[in-house]
Design a protein. Structure first.
Length: 396
């Protein structure tokens, strides 16, 4: 991040010029219709094969939707690409990366609450698993596709089956502002729940589904991933006032066979998903600052193992924020919601902060662009908020 800020400063760009470049970024756009393959290499040097299937023509606006599909344990892209293609729309690209054995340094967020010996036993039982952080193969696939094709960022969805469902759920819930929805079949949220019962810490992430539609499917007689995992998720979402599409089959086995009517419904559900890139109200729960973003607000420091915030644009240039376990926030001023040129009134946990006029900065542009590469989420103005001190200052 610092290097990017330094490079843009060396070019002599103003924040407005930098934002214009960021919003216009397209990459080489060298993708072609049909099936192709790309090699992905992550920071640990692991390699994955990413298979891409692109339709002949994009939608009427010249852009493609995108369905990122994650396979199950012991399989590869061949097991998920066909089902994904069956539910994707006619102008939607389908991609499927291959999971790999994690490196020794790869953290397993859903094993953190287990004793080290037990966690290692679970880890060895599932040697291939999807990572839930920036730089994971699914998020790398999203970056690759944005560079190769004109992707509509409001029509990006995740699909996962079994192990892939765990991956799709955790990635979508950790990075909800990058997806229009997630389809979770025969999966769960945390491997800890196999041995420790409910993983309440990970289940806090379900609060991030307030703007993220979920489609859950499971069989009652699943002998690999218990149906109870899906029922907990359904019930937890409903307790939060969030209604997922829930499909349960009274059948045995670790699979999900859709009837023609159910397949048609799922296709229609996929076709109808569009992200709202400028929500007035957001809620986000973070198990670490590595996924502290939600649209125009970021938890940059936590004061507890997990933190959360709720924020709402309540009136002209008025934003109310409530936090738990967060010591520092960065508030990016979305011009679709507020006037960045006018003083901003912010209330934090019920107390009014001193109104601040925010100047544009290169750092705000770089921070909001580098990770997401999303034209709708590039911001020139930002405030750093010290939660304990109840003080806001411009982001430098």
């Amino acid at each position: 991040m610092e290097d990017a800020v330094a490079r843009w400063r060396a070019l002599g760009l103003t924040p407005a010029e930098a934002a214009e470049r960021a919003r216009a970024w397209r990459g080489p756009q060298d993708g072609a219709p049909g099936r192709s393959q790309v090699k992905l290499t992550d920071a640990a040097g692991r390699r994955s094969e990413l298979v891409i299937e692109a339709p002949e023509v994009p939608a009427a606006d010249g852009r493609y939707g995108l369905l990122i599909s994650l396979h199950g344990l012991g399989r590869d892209w061949r097991a998920i690409l066909g089902p994904a293609r069956a539910i994707a729309g006619p102008h939607m690209i389908v991609v499927a990366p291959n999971a790999q054995r994690p490196s020794a340094e790869t953290p397993f967020e859903d094993l953190e609450a287990l004793p080290p010996g037990l966690a290692e036993g679970v880890r060895n039982r599932f040697p291939h698993w999807w990572a839930y952080r920036e730089g994971s193969f699914p998020l790398m696939a999203l970056d690759v596709l944005k560079a190769k094709f004109p992707i509509d960022p409001d029509r990006v969805l995740l699909l996962g089956y079994s192990m892939g469902s765990f991956g799709a759920a955790n990635l979508a819930l950790r990075f909800p502002d990058r997806f229009a929805g997630a389809i979770l079949l025969a999966g769960g949220l945390s491997r800890q729940e196999y041995v420790n019962g409910r993983d309440e810490r990970t289940r806090e992430l379900l609060g991030n589904a307030s703007l993220l539609p979920l489609f859950l499917g499971h069989q009652t007689g699943d002998d690999v991933v218990p149906v109870q995992f899906a029922r907990w998720t359904r019930d937890d979402l409903r307790a939060r006032g969030i209604e997922p599409r829930y499909l349960e089959h009274d059948e045995r086995g670790h699979g999900l066979s859709l009837s023609d009517a159910e397949l048609a419904e799922l296709k229609a559900w996929v076709a109808g998903r569009r992200r709202e890139p400028h929500p007035k109200r957001i809620e986000h729960h973070a198990l670490g600052t590595y996924h502290g973003w939600a649209y125009w607000l970021r938890a940059s420091k936590l004061s507890a193992p997990a933190g959360s915030f709720r924020a709402e644009v309540e009136g002209p240039n008025q934003i109310a924020i409530a936090t738990e376990g967060v010591s520092e926030l960065v508030l990016y001023l979305d011009p679709a919601l507020v006037d960045p040129e006018q003083p901003l009134k912010v209330s934090l946990n019920g107390a009014a902060l001193t109104p601040v006029r925010v100047e544009p900065t290169l750092r705000a542009v770089v921070e909001s662009f580098v990770l997401r590469r999303d034209a709708s989420l590039v911001f020139e103005h930002a405030l750093r908020i010290d939660v304990a001190a109840g003080r806001a200052s411009p982001l430098r």
